[in-house]
Design a binder for this molecule. Structure first.
Ligand code: SF4
Length: 410
């Protein structure tokens, strides 16, 4: 398909993506560096949530107790959100400390938390065992509670608009470090820290993998975490459709995800329908082009029957042109009807930056064109932006680092 020439449209201005205040690292060909392999760094001690139910039983036996004790520890951790041996009075006092230390090693130390005035959003900054910093954001909406989790410390995808990508990839997070973010959030909810409860058994109902990191670049650990989230007997027992795995477009991993038997919600962070712009905005596009990513997304729908989400950050004069809305609609409709939903997200305004929010009427026109073309489209909430917790902004600040340096790992 020929892509329209923006020069001949009614909105001729085309702002080009660029990194601001930092220099994008380049590979030997002069292209933005993509890091798939994590630098060799010590992973945390093995935790219950890193293991399959069978492996947990084996681990308990190795620790000198009968295998059925594994189920009791699972219940304390996944249902009561505790790793404190003193609270586990159904376990024999003798050997309890050792058992819990062997199954539930300490993983996340809370460094600081920021809350909105209304108290319905909390951003947690966590320090990992090796000092790496990651964040998660907990948000209460009417009828649901969403947690945005991190899956890597840093990120190797090097998107020029993203604060997380600037520092590169520090390391992959373990499955248990991902799960622990949910357990700690549930503990905070239970303690009444996310404002008044709507009902007694409140907990996180929705997970979005939109914090730090590219989840599909840490595939096996993310999938172990997802399996634990949805496991009703040995995990958190969440609904798979409440878990959203997002990616900037690692096509082979999308195909692999489609072949798993876990119908999570899948989101593709597209941000541009044309390769010319997307090559600059999302460096992974130099590997897998827009059409390949959309074909893989369509394949996900075909395999799972789950409608796919397309995430699209609306950026003033960069990707918010009417012709791009039309091109996106054409590309989605070429692949069939009823398989996709588009979520444009107004970018956080940063006056003077090339990355600034689209004007309101431009946002509305973008949404209108897609809807008119038969693509269900809704502007997404940018909750969390007042505490820098919106997607692509989850990065520790200098102040965070200073606070973290003074907090010992428990
Ligand atoms: S936008 Fe996502 S994929 Fe790109 S650098 Fe940031 S965290 Fe990584």
């Amino acid at each position: 398909m020929t892509e329209p020439n923006p020069v001949r449209t009614t909105r001729p201005r085309q702002v080009r993506p660029r990194a601001e205040g930092w220099t994008q690292r380049l590979d030997t060909d002069g292209k933005p560096l993509l890091q798939f392999a994590a630098p060799k760094r010590g992973m945390p001690p093995v935790h219950l949530a890193d293991l399959t139910p069978e492996q947990r039983v084996e681990r308990v036996k190795e620790l000198g107790l009968p295998g059925f004790r594994a189920k009791q520890v699972e219940k304390h951790y996944f249902q009561h959100y505790t790793s404190d041996p003193a609270a586990m009075t159904d376990l024999p006092a003798s050997g309890r400390e050792e058992l819990v230390a062997g199954l539930l090693p300490h993983l996340l130390t809370e460094v600081r938390r920021l809350e909105t005035d209304r108290g319905d959003t909390i951003k947690f900054l966590w320090k990992l065992h090796d000092g790496a910093l990651v964040e998660s954001v907990l948000m209460r909406y009417p009828g649901r509670i969403t947690l945005c989790v991190s899956s890597q410390a840093g990120c190797g995808m090097n998107c020029p608009f993203c604060a997380t990508g600037q520092a590169g990839l520090t390391r992959n997070m373990s499955a248990a470090e991902i799960i622990e973010q949910v357990v700690r959030a549930n503990a905070a909810i239970r303690a009444g820290e996310l404002g008044p409860a709507e009902h007694a058994d409140e907990r996180v109902t929705n997970i979005v993998f939109m914090g730090m990191g590219e989840p599909l670049a840490n595939y096996n650990r993310v999938m172990q975490a997802v399996r634990t989230m949805v496991d009703k007997d040995h995990g958190l027992g969440m609904s798979a459709r409440g878990v959203t795995v997002s990616t900037v477009g690692l096509v082979p991993a999308i195909n692999k995800l489609a072949a798993e038997d876990i119908p999570v919600t899948f989101a593709l962070s597209l941000h541009a329908p044309d390769d010319q712009l997307r090559d600059e905005m999302i460096p992974i596009n130099s590997r897998w082009k827009v059409d390949e990513a959309l074909d893989a997304a369509r394949g996900y729908f075909e395999k799972t029957g789950r409608r796919v989400s397309i995430e699209y950050a609306l950026i003033k004069d960069m990707n918010d042109h009417a012709w791009r809305a039309d091109l996106l609609a054409t590309k989605l409709n070429e692949r069939g009807r009823g398989w996709v939903h588009v979520n444009p997200i107004p970018l956080n305004p940063t006056p003077g930056s090339v990355w600034t929010a689209s004007e309101k009427e431009v946002q509305r026109e973008f949404v209108r064109r897609l809807n008119e073309a038969g693509i269900p489209t809704t502007l997404r909430d940018t909750r969390g932006k007042e505490i820098d917790g919106a997607c692509g902004q989850l990065v520790a600040t200098e102040e965070d680092r200073a606070v973290a340096a003074s907090v010992p790992v428990d």
